[in-house]
Every structure is written in C-alpha cells, then in structure tokens.
Ligand binder design. Structure first.
Ligand code: NAI
Ligand code: PYL
Ligand code: MG
Length: 267
C-alpha cells in the first residue's frame, strides 16, 4: 500500500489550482462539473466529519487537516474531530456530521449517514482520473491506455469500458491483466507494438512508466500515480498535457459519489 507523505500534501490547494486550469483547458469543463455529471449528484451544504485514525502506520501529518481544507474548498463545512478512531467517530456523529471521512492504511472512505451511500478513495480516484482523460478535447480516437490495473487503475478501466471506450491496458501482474481482459474486455497493450495514444490514465506507484512509443502528437496523461509516471523529457518533447495531483481530485470524486442525486438527473 503506497501511503501519502506529509511532503505530498504540501501546497495542496496551489497544486489543485494549477490542475483545475489544466483540466479546464484540456476538457473544457470545471472539475465540479465533471464530478456532478459523472455521478448525477449535487452538494447540498452537507457537514463532513473527518476522523483521524491511528491504526497501522498511524496519523499522517496534515492528512485530516488537508481533507478539511478540501471539503471547505468545495463549499461544504468540514471539521476534524478532536478524538481519534472510535471516539472520533462517536464525536463526529454527535456533532451532527452528514458525511464521515476516515482512512486507515488500506481503505479511505466517505460514508453519507443520511442516504447510506459509501465510497472508497481508490475507486473514486480511478473513476475521476479516467473520466478526465476520456474528455480530452484533442483525442484522435476512442482508444485509451490504462497503465496499472490495481485498485485505482482497474476502477478506471472499468469506468472507461462501461462508457464504450476502446481500452488498452498493461500491468506486469498477469493475474490483474487477465482479470481485466476477461471481465472488462480490455486489450492487453504490448509496449513494443508501436501503438500510440492521445489519452493515457496512469495509476502505478512507479516513476517513468510512460515511454516515447506510447505518446501521440497530442496527448493527455491523467495520473493519480505517485511518483509521476511521465518522464520530464518526454513530457517536454511531445508537449504532453498532464493532470496529476496527490489527493484533492480523488477526494472531490468521493464527495460527489455520496451526495444525493439531483432532481434534474432524476427524470
Ligand atoms: P496498487 O498497488 O493497488 O496498483 C498498482 C498497480 O500498478 C499494480 O497492479 C502493479 O502491478 C502496477 N504496476 C507497477 N509498475 C507498473 C508498470 N511499470 N506498468 C504497468 N503497471 C505497473 O496501487 P493503487 O492503490 O491502485 O494506487 C496506484 C497509485 O495511485 C499509487 O501510487 C497510489 O499512491 C496512488 N494514489 C493516488 C491518489 C491521488 O488522489 N492522487 C489516490 C489513490 C492512490
Ligand atoms: C488516500 C491516499 C492516497 C494514496 N494512498 C492513500 C494513503 O496514503 N492512505 C493512508 C491514509 C492514512 C491516514 C491516517 C490518518 O492520518 O488518519 N490513518
Ligand atoms: Mg487526486
């Protein structure tokens, strides 16, 4: 399990502001619009209780404070409980939280206590980063490459397959690749095939997973992966557009996934 570090969380809202500009430029949409359309939901002044969890590797400095800043950035009222773990959960409920957010080393959830909806950061991150890639204004086909078929990548590949994209994927874990071929109908991508892509979703914990042979003349790399999978020289040489940030976009996706459906989407 790749864990965030306090360094990853530095200048979070500056990184978000930069990525929001890129997303607007390469898709024509704001991140809020993409989230609203992806889930058919809308915020309604929900109160979000954020509970620090001490299990495993323990508290990550600034993690829950970052979540509160993210929740407030998206117009909701967020608070971090004074207590941790079960005591913190109890405190959040007694302080009338509508949504609980908390993470151990394996799973990071958002749970809406009012409508029962619950989501995980991995799935929501895979969905939103693949949705951003899929909306690339300069896409040259419906072919899209997913690099990494773990918890995030598989969710992204599944989302794209459901939307009807021609999904290619690669992962050294043969079991994961075979599962995606069998269950999602993705095509295994051979690195020496010479096939290039204008849309790439990279979800691995490894750097430089993207090679020169993968990149079309105009290409969007949408990657939650930490560290970055796009080598700097390739990014510069091909003027690759890239959306990459360590937490906020995935958390926005989690929040929208547990909001109530909007009336306009109900008819
Ligand atoms: P995971 O460990 O479940 O899956 C990673 C997959 O990448 C594995 O199947 C592995 O075999 C594959 N992989 C490794 N090297 C590869 C390569 N060279 N080419 C193709 N596939 C390769 O990890 P998970 O949970 O899916 O997270 C993926 C990355 O996303 C991690 O770096 C994690 O820290 C990050 N992450 C970032 C978030 C954000 O908001 N930015 C949110 C959640 C995760
Ligand atoms: C949500 C991130 C994205 C990538 N890896 C995930 C991670 O770092 N998970 C661990 C989060 C632990 C939080 C700690 C706290 O401060 O409450 N239990
Ligand atoms: Mg993110």
């Amino acid at each position: 399990m790749a864990l965030l570090t306090p360094e990853d969380l530095e200048n979070l809202l500056d990184k978000l502001e930069y990525n929001e500009k890129v997303i607007k430029k390469v898709t024509g949409f704001e991140i809020k619009q993409i989230c609203e359309e992806t889930y058919g939901t809308f915020p309604d002044s929900e109160v979000v209780g954020i509970v620090p969890v001490t299990s495993g590797n323990g508290i990550i400095d600034n993690f829950t404070a970052s979540l509160a800043a993210i929740v407030n950035h998206f117009g909701l009222k967020g608070f971090v409980t004074e207590h941790t773990d079960i005591s913190g959960y109890n405190e959040a409920v007694s302080r009338r939280a509508d949504i609980i957010m908390m993470a151990d080393d394996h799973i990071f959830i958002a749970h809406n206590l009012k409508n029962g909806k619950i989501s995980t950061n991995h799935e929501c991150t895979g969905i939103i980063y693949s949705e951003i890639a899929a909306r690339y204004l300069h896409a040259d086909s419906t072919d899209i490459l997913v690099i990494g078929l773990g918890r995030v990548g598989y969710a992204g590949a599944s989302h794209l397959a459901k939307k009807g994209f021609n999904v290619y994927a690669c992962d050294p874990n043969i079991e994961f690749l075979e599962k995606a071929v069998k269950e999602l109908g993705v095509k295994p991508y051979e690195r020496n095939s010479g096939k290039k892509f204008s849309m790439i979703m990279e979800a691995t914990p490894c750097k430089d997973t993207i090679s020169e042979g993968m990149v079309s003349d105009r290409c969007l790399v949408s990657t939650p992966g930490i560290p970055c999978g796009l080598p700097e020289n390739i990014g510069k040489k091909y003027k690759v557009d890239m959306v990459m940030e360590p937490l906020v976009i995935g958390v926005a996706s989690m929040l929208y996934s547990v909001f109530d459906e909007t009336a306009k989407f109900n008819d």
